[in-house]
Design a protein around this ligand. Structure first.
Ligand code: SAM
Length: 106
């Protein structure tokens, strides 16, 4: 399992039974969906600027019967209005795995 998510699971040991609200930036095709299940997520906002990734993510989420509610957003995370797109929600975890380096690609 990815070390980062392992660490998140350790962190949540101190949060009791609270169900988590998660923002997953650069969510990709949903490779991490089964791992988030272990973290007891209640509500997930998954965003990516690739429409194909978002569609695959939604399909994986649907067929894996994950217990959390999903909201997807096709959005560039470098965009200035991201804050308004995600509607001022509060998150217990903001995850951005293997995606920030794309900002420095060119
Ligand atoms: C290597 S994948 C990582 C996917 C997932 N986070 C994981 O760890 O398996 C990187 C993802 O970041 C997305 N991405 C890259 N730059 C982005 C940007 N500026 N805004 C939104 N998504 C972006 C890509 O479309 C791709 O799906």
């Amino acid at each position: 399992m990815c070390k980062t998510i392992e660490r998140l699971l350790d962190l949540r040991a101190g949060t009791g039974n609270k169900l988590l609200h998660v923002l997953d930036i650069g969510c990709g095709r949903g490779q991490d969906i089964p791992k988030w299940k272990l973290a007891r997520v209640q509500y997930m906002v998954a965003l990516d600027f690739s429409e194909e990734c978002i569609k695959t993510y939604e399909e994986r989420w649907r067929t894996s019967h994950e217990p959390y509610r999903l909201f997807t957003l096709k959005q560039d995370f470098t965009s200035r209005d991201l804050y308004y797109q995600i509607e001022h929600s509060f998150y217990d975890i903001v995850s951005a795995q293997l995606c920030f380096h794309y900002m420095f690609g060119t």
